[in-house]
Design a protein around this ligand. Structure first.
Ligand SMILES: Cc1ncc(Cn2c(C)c(CCOP(=O)(O)OP(=O)(O)O)sc2=O)c(N)n1
Ligand SMILES: [Ca+2]
Length: 527
């Protein structure tokens, strides 16, 4: 007779989930007892790190990831990271240990009070099984829910005495289950969209992270070349849906209601695929669409479709829908868009400008490098100067929650050992989950962290100017030595003040095959 713990590990095995990302407390120990040889436990020193690593791993591998947190306190620490995972449709099965089933209602020490409420609304499903025998069924349901489009995190709270109970023999039926959801556009919808595209004189495509998540960037290129249309990445996109040096690519769409309408005012058809309409940032009054423009929205997420403020939406899985469009639209006879002007080389000043850092990094990085961005005031320059040419080459915090990039970089590098991962992060953002450096060192995950040290919360200074706030006492973050912090966590560290120093540090880090942190002093408010 299998225990609930053994039945659960069998379900994880049958779903090819043999890594557990976690940080344990006493409630989780029975789940980890006699830890199976064929599983790996990846320890993060704080739960935002744990969930961030799992998020990066799940996004870069396309596989569901199992997270194991400690009761309410652990779940609470992970909520910021969960907001990012929710917005990036990351398939995370977040489990948390609950107190002993016999005394939960008494609320003893380490109780996860009203456990299923805590992670809402940032999970697709949240459950605490009513009996120990339900646990394997709940874990199986959690995996298939997380993996069905739109993918997303789920939460299961498990009382710690459940794991040693006997599982139902018939729970073995869960091991062979496959749940597949691959929804294409029905014929009528496809016909309607194809007609609108045929009638359009000047279409534009806005692409989002779900294009990259569904491995459809190459289809996006074929579609853009067939339609001869410009392509923008959706505002604040957390992944790169299109090669950013392609002649059709025009950059990151702006993020104000009115500014977006102005930016797209020349177009009579706006085709949005794999992104919400839209992830606005600073509020601006104005029209959601340019006059006389029609918006067509194809998304895998029914909530994105329902909440959009304008346009017509179709819910379908991204790759199947794009293949149908590619097959059914007519080739346009207009001219192909021109390449964007190449960015000018910025004069070498000391300290380096971000542009100089990015040009140097782009030169030193291998072609299929992966960049994880959390240098919030330099995102535009990054999109201008780094190469996001291949699938899965760029990641960013989908809910804008800082503390994503360092752990996600570790998870992405674990998922993609064949590609070099660079985390490019501000000196402010570096403090939100810096404990990820320890996990990189301990598990020898050779990610390279580049800290852009301008001594200030640069993006907040920009936002303050937009909102006409003036100065506030919470802008500057001077006097942090990230090399000492990195060395304290067991990581090799370098400083770089000039391009040649940055090149040398990157080369040394890559030759070592070990993780490294490079602190780069860059131009900022304190200069
Ligand atoms: C968890 C969390 N806390 C605070 C913020 C607010 N915030 C903060 C504090 C930013 C400044 C980041 O500064 P940085 O040094 O990392 O990068 P830049 O100097 O390039 O802006 S950007 C931003 O949205 C946030 N997004 N997420
Ligand atoms: Ca900064």
């Amino acid at each position: 007779m299998k225990t609930v713990q053994q039945a659960t590990y069998d379900i994880l095995r049958s779903n090819n989930m043999n890594i557990i990302f976690g940080n344990p407390g006493s409630n989780e120990l029975p789940f980890l007892k006699n830890f199976p040889e064929d599983f790996t436990y990846v320890l993060g020193l704080q739960e935002a790190v744990v969930l961030g690593i799992a998020d990066g791993y799940a996004q870069a591998s396309g596989k569901p990831a199992l997270v194991n947190l400690h009761s309410a306190a652990g779940t609470g620490n992970a909520m910021g990271a969960l907001a990012n995972a929710w917005n990036s449709h990351s398939p995370l099965i977040v489990t948390a240990g609950q107190q002993h089933r016999a005394m939960v209602s008494v609320e003893p020490y380490l109780t996860n009070i009203d456990a299923t409420q805590l992670p809402r609304p940032l999970v697709k499903w949240s459950y605490e099984p009513s009996t120990a025998q339900e646990v394997p069924y709940s874990i199986s349901r959690a995996i298939h829910t997380a993996m069905s489009e739109a993918k997303g995190p789920v939460y299961v709270s498990v009382p710690y005495n459940d794991w040693a109970q006997n599982a139902e023999a018939q729970s073995n039926s869960l091991l062979s289950r496959k749940v597949t959801s691959r929804r294409a556009l029905d014929a009528t919808s496809l016909q309607s969209i194809t007609n609108d595209i045929r009638m359009a004189k000047n279409p534009v495509m806005i692409l989002g992270s779900d294009v990259d998540a569904d491995d459809a960037n190459d289809i996006a290129v074929q579609l853009a070349e067939k339609l001869k249309c410009p392509v923008w990445a959706a505002p604040s996109t957390p992944r790169s849906p299109f090669p950013n040096k392609h002649r059709c690519f025009k950059g990151l769409l702006t993020s104000g209601i009115n500014s977006i309408s102005e930016q797209l005012s020349a177009h009579d058809l706006i085709l949005v695929i794999g992104a919400p309409v839209f992830r606005y940032h600073q509020y601006e009054a104005g029209e959601y669409l340019p006059a006389d423009a029609k918006l067509i929205h194809i998304t895998c997420d029914i909530s994105e479709a329902a909440r959009a403020p304008a346009g017509d939406a179709w819910v379908a899985d991204i790759k199947p829908a794009m293949l149908q469009l590619l097959d059914s639209v007519d080739e346009k006879t207009t001219e192909m868009p021109d390449y964007r002007k190449s960015p000018v080389q910025v004069n070498l000043t000391s300290p380096m400008r971000p542009e100089t850092v990015f040009d140097t990094l782009n030169w030193a990085a291998p072609d299929n490098a992966i960049f994880v961005n959390e240098s919030t005031s330099t995102t535009a320059e990054m999109w201008e100067r780094l190469n996001f040419e291949s699938q899965g080459s760029y990641y960013y915090a989908a809910a804008g929650g800082l503390g994503f990039a360092m752990p996600a970089g570790v998870g992405i590098q674990m998922a993609r050992p064949d590609r070099q991962v660079f985390v490019v992060i501000g000196d402010g953002s570096s403090n939100y989950s810096i404990q990820a450096l320890w996990t990189a060192a301990q598990y020898n995950v050779p990610v390279i962290f580049i800290v852009m040290k301008n001594g200030t919360y640069g993006a907040l200074r920009w936002f303050a100017s937009v909102l006409d706030i003036g100065d506030i006492p919470a802008f500057d973050v001077p006097s942090i030595d990230f090399t000492k912090i990195a060395e304290g966590y067991g990581l090799q560290a370098f400083t770089a003040g000039k391009p040649e120093e940055l090149e040398r540090a990157i080369a040394s880090a890559r030759q070592s095959g070990k993780p490294a942190l490079i602190e780069v002093e860059t131009w900022g408010a304190l200069h």
